[in-house]
Design a protein around this ligand. Sequence first.
Ligand SMILES: Nc1ncnc2c1ncn2[C@@H]1O[C@H](COP(=O)(O)OP(=O)(O)OP(=O)(O)O)[C@@H](O)[C@H]1O
Ligand SMILES: O=C([O-])CC(=O)C(=O)O
Ligand SMILES: [Ca+2]
Ligand SMILES: [Mn+2]
Length: 558
Amino acid sequence: MPARAATPLRHGEEPTDPSSQPTYGLLGKDLAMFSEAGFDMDKIHLKRNAPVAQLYEDAIKYEGAVIAASGALINFSGKKTGRSPKDKRIVYEETSKDDVWWGAINIQMDEHTFEINRERAIDYLNTRDNVYVFDGFAGWDPKYRIKVRVIASRAYHALFMHNMLIRPTAKELEEFGTPDFTIYNAGQFPANRFTAGMTSQTSVEVNFKRREMVILGTEYAGEMKKGIFSVMHYLQPVKFGNLSLHSSANQGPDGDVSLFFGLSGTGKTTLSADPRRSLIGDDEHVWSDNGVFNIEGGCYAKCVGLDAEKEPAIFNAVRFGSILENVTYDYATREPNYEDTGITENTRCAYPIEYIDNAKIPCMANEQPKNVIYLTCDAFGVLPPVSLLDSNQAQYWFLSGYTSKTPGTEDGIAEPTPTFSTCFGAPFIILHPSRYASMLAKKMEAAGTRCWLINTGWVGGAFGTGKRCPLKYTRAIVDAVHSGELSNAQFKETPVFGLKVPTKIEGIPDDVLNPEAAWSDKKAYQQTLEKLAGMFNKAFERYATECSPEVVAAGPKL
Ligand SMILES: Nc1ncnc2c1ncn2[C@@H]1O[C@H](COP(=O)(O)OP(=O)(O)OP(=O)(O)O)[C@@H](O)[C@H]1O
Ligand SMILES: O=C([O-])CC(=O)C(=O)O
Ligand SMILES: [Ca+2]
Ligand SMILES: [Mn+2]
C-alpha cells in the first residue's frame, strides 16, 4: 500500500494533502486514460487501491454490508448468487477468432454490441459518486503475469478483487502504467434486452482485441475472478505456450507438487488446505516450463456447512479483510450461520491467500508436479473413491471431465446434476479442449507425473440413497497418495471402466473402497454403472476424431 497522510485526521475531517487521496498514484497520464475511456473525471470520485478499512466503511455506508463477529465483511450479491454461463460471451474479432472454440460455451458477440454494452457500463459508472479502481496482477510468475485493472461501482467488488488478484507493492502500483486487461463492472445496472444478441438483463463479455471485459446485470463477484481465468485460458497457451488449469496446488515438505483438478464443488479448495503441505493456490494455476504458479492472490472457498473442526484452515481465514458472500448471520451475535442456505447453497468466503497459515508465498513452485489428482463428484455413487489412471486414461478422463454440478454455483442448478465438463472447467476454456489435453499429456509424460482419480461424491448408493464420501476418508486417500503408500499398493481392475483400484488402504473400510460392496442392491449397482458408461460413450463422441485410438479405447466397455 502507498504511504498515506502523515497527519492524523479528526473524526469527519477531510484530508488536505492530495497524496493522501485514494487516487494516489493515478496522476497525469494514468488519469487521462480514464477521461479517454469516457469517465467524467469532474464528477466521479475515483478510489484506487483504497485501503481495506475504507472499503469496509463504504460497503457498510452505501451497500448495507455488516461486520461479522470475526471481523469479516458480510456482503450480499443481490439476485444473482452464482455465475451465469449462458450470459457469457466472447467478442468475435480478427485477432482471436481462429483460436476460440466457438459454440455453447464461447458464444459469439459482435464488436458493435460490445461497444454498446461497454458504453452503457461507463455511463452507469458516471452516475455514481464513488467509482472503485483496483490495480493488481494475475499470475505469480513475473515472466508470465498480466496487469489487471478492475473498475467497479461497489466497494465490495473492489475488496473482492483486492483479495483475489495479486496485490501490488507501493512501488509496483506507482509504476503500474497501462493495464493488460480491464474489467468494467457495472453489475448493478442491467443490459438492455433490446440490444442485438442480448437474451436477458445479464451480460458478461470478454473482448481479447480491446483487452476488456464488461459486466452488466449481475453482482456475483465470482464473474470477475472467472473472467480473468478465461483470459488466462486464452493468453497463457496462445502467447506463452503454457497450460492453464482449473486446479488447486500444494507442495509437500520434500518439494513434491500435487495438482487437484476438478469442477466447482468437487473439493479443490477443501483438499488442498492440508496442514502437512504448503498451499500454492486453491483454484486457478498455470503449468509452465518452470513449474507451477498460481494465477490468484486469494482463495474463494465454499462456506456451506463450514466447520472449525473439519476445515480449520478455511474457518480461521474468515477474519478482518475477508468477504463473506451471501451468508446469513445471527442478528444478536453477528456470528455467521454457515448451515443456512436460505439465500443460496453457494455461500462463499474470499480471503487473501496469506490468511492460510501454510501458504507458500510467492505462490509458485519451480518443480514439475509429481501427482495429478482428478476430483470427480459422482452423484451416481458407482465410481471408486480412488483409482490409478494410465496415460491414455488420463487424457480420456480429462477430455470427458465427468462430475456433477453442485447446487448454486451456476444459476438454476438445484441438486447434484451429472455433467461432462471438459478439462474439468468447461465454462472457462477458450480454445478447443484437445489443445489443453494434448499439452497436459505431454507435460505429464515429460515429468513422469502419476495420475489419480478420486471420487469425492456419493458412495453406497446414488444421490438420494447413498451418502457423500466422508471427508475424513477422502483426506486419508490423499494422504496415502502423498506418503507413497498408494504407489506401492496392489491394484485390481474394475469391470466396465477398467479402473485400477487399490485393494487396501490404511484407515479406509473395504466397503468404501469397493463401490459394489457398498451398494446393498447389486442389480441396481450394475444398472447404474452401465447407465453411466453409456453416458460416457455418448459424451466422448465429439472428441473421438480429435485423439488417438488408444485414448478412445481408454473409455468404458459395455
Ligand atoms: N469427500 C469430500 N471431499 C471433498 N469435499 C467434500 C467432501 N465431502 C463434502 N465435501 C464438501 O464439498 C465442498 C467442496 O468444495 P470446494 O470449495 O473444495 O470446491 P472447489 O473444487 O474448490 O470448487 P470451486 O471451483 O467452485 O471453488 C466443501 O463444502 C466440502 O466441505
Ligand atoms: O467461479 C465461481 O463462482 C466459483 C468457482 O471457483 C467455480 O465455479 O469454479
Ligand atoms: Ca474453490
Ligand atoms: Mn473454481
